[in-house]
Write a protein that binds this ligand. Structure first.
Ligand code: ARG
Length: 413
């Protein structure tokens, strides 16, 4: 099918800039550049100028910072979604929203194809394309990285120069950066060797914890139904709350993470992340959940957190299972409201106190002192019955010989 006009997810970087003349040349189509503002610190006017200078017929910049935080980041936070126990999913959460903006602009401007600048080796291509399939299954997808012959940054610069598009004057950073309100991520280049520590001057939003203030800072976060709503007694819109916390916690060196993760497409990759606000909010919410969720609900929520994280990481934001998890969390977190105070100090973030009108903590039950509600004599019968299976196992082990060890598996010829 011949494409007339393609909507391109545009960042202003070299890759997506080169894609513009490439699409015009190879597919003979017009290009609408679509920029989603998810909180990256870019000069959007300059990005727009660059898109047009590179040959786009139109460039749309759409500010979706609030939607990003309230509809993607906060639900994932409430779900306790942390990929492989450490990654707070900043990039993975932004992709389906960027794709949504792109599809909306594509429809408004009469585009008949969607294009992105992701390589064929990463997670992001999957996230974009699954969102496209959920939102605009009829539109064909163009992924230049999987088609073109450009092999290196030098190839791209030469291609750009030949097509009269602005070539970056500054030399590229020796790693790739992806940024939004929730995190800044670094991967590739010099970070590809997991044995090598990142250079200190790489970090953009957190201070070196060793250089952070010598005085700790106390901070209070307020939550309603599992969503953050205020800091230090001030109610704030979601995007301002996160932006403000990034500055506050970043100054104390809170929120760095350096890890090796499993990509969906199979290989391991090394990533370094800065998620200052995310780290504070996760710590605070986990603390409030301990206070307000009953044991069974809390433990069940803990079983869905890694599943939720996998869905987000693997591009399945648009899936019945994610919707179902959110429906569960809507109810489980109805009473997760209250305040948590935290102490930030040289890279650490610890909850120090918590209060909630729905606290399930009962001092009379927990105390070692005298009480009138808990009869300690009951504990003898409880322990006896709870120990029943343990007693049976102990008796059987005492009375029977231990079974022979399992034989070693024999390697086949
Ligand atoms: N490894 C992270 C993820 O898959 C971050 C990816 C960053 N993307 C990028 N294009 N630099 O979510």
């Amino acid at each position: 099918m011949k494409v007339r006009k393609a909507a391109l997810a545009y960042s202003g970087g070299l890759d997506t800039s080169v894609i513009i003349p490439w699409l015009r040349e190879e597919h003979g189509c017009q290009v609408v550049a679509v920029v989603a503002n998810v909180g990256q610190t870019d000069d959007f006017a300059a990005v727009e100028r660059k898109a047009l200078a590179s040959g786009a017929i139109e460039c749309r910049v759409v500010d979706v910072r609030r939607t990003f935080v309230s509809d993607y980041v906060f639900p994932a936070l409430r779900a306790g979604a942390i990929y492989e126990g450490r990654y707070l999913l900043g990039t993975a959460l932004a992709r389906p929203l960027i794709a949504r903006v792109q599809v909306e602009v594509a429809k408004e401007t009469g585009c008949d194809a969607l294009a992105h600048g992701c390589t064929g080796k990463g997670n992001d291509q999957v996230r974009f394309e699954l969102a496209y399939r959920a939102l605009a299954p009829e539109l064909p997808i163009i992924a230049p990285w999987r088609e073109w012959t450009l092999k290196s940054r030098e190839d791209e610069i030469a291609y750009a120069a030949r097509h009269g598009i602005p070539v970056p004057v500054t030399s590229a950073k020796p790693y790739s950066i992806d940024q939004n309100l929730w995190h800044t991520s670094y991967e590739g280049g010099i970070l590809e060797d997991p044995a090598v520590a990142p250079p200190e001057d790489m970090f953009q939003t957190t201070s070196d914890p060793a250089e952070a203030p010598d005085e700790p800072e106390l901070l209070e976060i307020e939550f309603e139904h599992g969503f953050p709503i205020g800091v230090n007694g001030h109610r704030l819109p979601p995007e301002e709350l996160v932006a403000g916390l990034n500055v506050l916690a970043g100054a104390h060196g809170v929120g760095r993470m350096d890890l090796v993760e499993n990509r969906l497409v199979g290989m391991k990759s090394r990533g370094v992340y800065e998620t200052p606000a995310g780290t504070v909010l996760r710590t605070a919410l986990a603390d409030l959940e301990s206070l307000t969720l009953d044991r069974e609900t809390h433990h069940f929520r803990e079983t869905i957190s890694p599943r939720y994280a996998d869905l987000v990481y693997n591009g399945l934001w648009h899936s019945p299972l994610r919707e179902s998890f959110d429906a569960f969390l809507e109810i489980s977190h109805r009473w997760v409201s209250g305040r948590v105070r935290l102490r930030l100090f040289k890279g650490s973030c610890l909850a120090v106190s918590r209060t909630s009108p729905y606290s399930l903590y009962r001092h009379d039950l927990a105390t070692f002192g005298e009480d009138g509600v808990y009869d300690q004599k009951d504990a003898a019968g409880f322990n006896n019955l709870w120990a029943l299976p343990t007693r049976v196992v102990a008796a059987v082990r005492r009375e029977t010989a231990s079974p022979a060890p399992t034989p070693e598996p024999v390697a086949s010829e």
